[in-house]
Design a protein around this ligand. Structure first.
Ligand code: FCB
Length: 459
């Protein structure tokens, strides 16, 4: 390996998970019900009727999971905290046992020399707040501030890095526009209200996190999309602009002080939003939302290819990739590592964040243990190799990329797909809760050990 294959000395290699996807213990030790508990318990919402009731049982098995992380050589672990564990009713009375769980987890990580990266909201809202209107009402943003205060007061600087929200675009659009995630609403006006209140919640939390954890860094995790038009036709190009606007710029622009993009305002009104929907943006909100951040987290899986219905308009050759497992994972997400490079470069040069982390990246393949108990997930290995290589090009371009988190440490509850999609670098047998390192985990371990792009897995 040449010197060029090395990453900067302080580059942070980590892995990510989320509370509802791994913890289980959905009603233990005083935890309140969340909207994802309610959603997954509603027949027909999740494939095969799966729920996160037990998931990876991480709530009880976290010491074993920390051992795994240590074995992999992770420098950091990105997890989310469950709001309903800390404030079972969403606000008001704090559940000490919930705080204690995260305290034990964080101390265990620190003992293992792994930096805790916490995300306050990875999609699971206390049901008590959902019942009051959830993200469609402003008071939920105020309750989020209460939650941020309670948890950061307790964990403060033991957390190296605080992120407020994970992918607010998914909470808003998947949860309130398409209705495929909790709370399962399909209403463009409610979705738009939700998007603003989510961003407001982020903005209200930032100064509280800074006050309670002055040494920690504070940021937000977005899934700003990499949108490409399938051809140069006007219709495809405009569809790509719309996708980029709704999924990306609608969130990243206000966070970086640019306000809401006007082309998206026009698009959503054309789609049926009330012309006065922006009245929910009160004086001062945009300043609150654009509080300066230490980092931006970017989750990247695939590009979004935009193809507007239009006669006689063939997609360009390069968009006709063969649908092989090498090129497409089981969710039919295309492996497109250049998209990560383009996206990070764009975010860096257009928005000038102080620092960027890739906070999620990975692929779903269900390849499981063979007769020898080994998991030869070669397509996932190839996915990681290509994305690690893409980050080297990104660093060479001068982007302030400071770390990378594989999604996910463990196979887990993949939202609406339940356990039918596996993103883990560690195999989980959901009957026995046994964990097995996949080849991708061994590959990643080698990357971490060498701090370089490597070709091979470590045996
Ligand atoms: C992201 C989510 C994460 C996981 C991956 C596959 O959108 O943040 O929880 O489900 O997709």
């Amino acid at each position: 390996m040449s010197e060029n294959n090395h990453f900067p000395k302080d580059f942070i290699w980590g892995a990510a998970t989320a509370a509802y996807q791994i913890e289980g213990a959905w009603n233990e030790d005083g935890k309140g019900e969340s909207n994802w508990d309610r959603f997954s318990h509603t027949p027909g919402k999740i494939l095969e009727g799966h729920t996160g009731d037990v998931a990876c049982d991480h709530y009880h098995r976290y010491p074993e999971d920390i051992e795994l992380m240590k074995h992999l050589g992770l420098a950091a672990y990105r997890f989310s905290t469950s709001w309903a564990r800390i404030l079972p009713e969403g606000r008001g009375k704090v559940n000490q046992k919930g705080l204690d769980f995260y305290s034990r987890l964080v101390d265990g990580l620190l003992e293992a020399d792994i930096m805790p990266f916490a995300t306050l909201y990875h999609w699971d809202l206390p049901q008590a707040l959902e019942d009051e209107g959830g993200w469609t009402v402003r008071s939920t943003a105020e309750a989020f501030a209460e939650y941020a205060e309670a948890i950061s007061k307790h964990l403060g600087d033991r957390i190296k890095s605080w992120a407020t929200l994970n992918e607010p675009a998914c909470s808003a659009w998947l949860g309130h526009l398409l209705g495929i995630d909790a709370p399962g609403i399909k209403d463009i006006n409610k979705a738009l209200l939700a998007s603003h209140h989510l961003l407001l919640a982020h903005g209200l939390a930032v100064p509280l996190l800074r006050k309670n954890a002055p040494k920690a860094e504070v940021g937000i995790v977005l899934n700003t999309s990499w949108a490409e038009a399938a051809s140069n036709s006007r219709a495809d190009l405009d569809d790509a602009r719309k996708g980029d606007g709704l999924w990306g710029r609608w969130f990243i622009d206000p966070v970086f002080g640019r306000g809401y993009p006007q082309d998206v305002v026009r698009d959503v009104i054309a789609q049926g939003a009330k012309p006065d929907f922006m009245d929910c943006v009160k004086p001062g909100d945009l300043a609150t939302i654009s509080a300066p951040l230490d980092f931006i987290g970017i989750n990247y899986y695939t590009r979004n290819l935009h193809r507007a219905a239009e006669e006689g308009n063939e997609p360009q050759e390069r968009f006709r990739a063969e649908k092989s497992p090498e090129n497409f994972s089981e969710l039919e997400w295309e492996k497109y590592a250049d998209g990560l490079h383009f996206l990070l470069t764009r975010v860096a040069f257009e928005y000038q964040p102080r620092k960027i982390y890739v906070t999620e990246n990975g692929a779903s393949y269900s390849i499981g243990p063979d007769e020898d108990g080994r998991v030869h997930d070669k397509y996932r290995v190839s996915y990681y190799r290509d994305h690690v290589a893409a980050m080297q090009r990104t660093l060479a371009a001068g982007v302030p990329l400071a770390g990378y988190f594989a999604w996910s440490l463990l196979d887990n509850f993949e939202w609406r797909s339940g356990y039918t999609q596996r993103f883990g670098i560690v195999w989980v047998d959901f009957e026995t809760q046994e964990r097995t390192l996949k080849d991708s985990a061994l590959y990643y371990r080698n990357v971490i050990k060498k701090n370089a792009l490597v070709e091979e897995i470590e045996q």
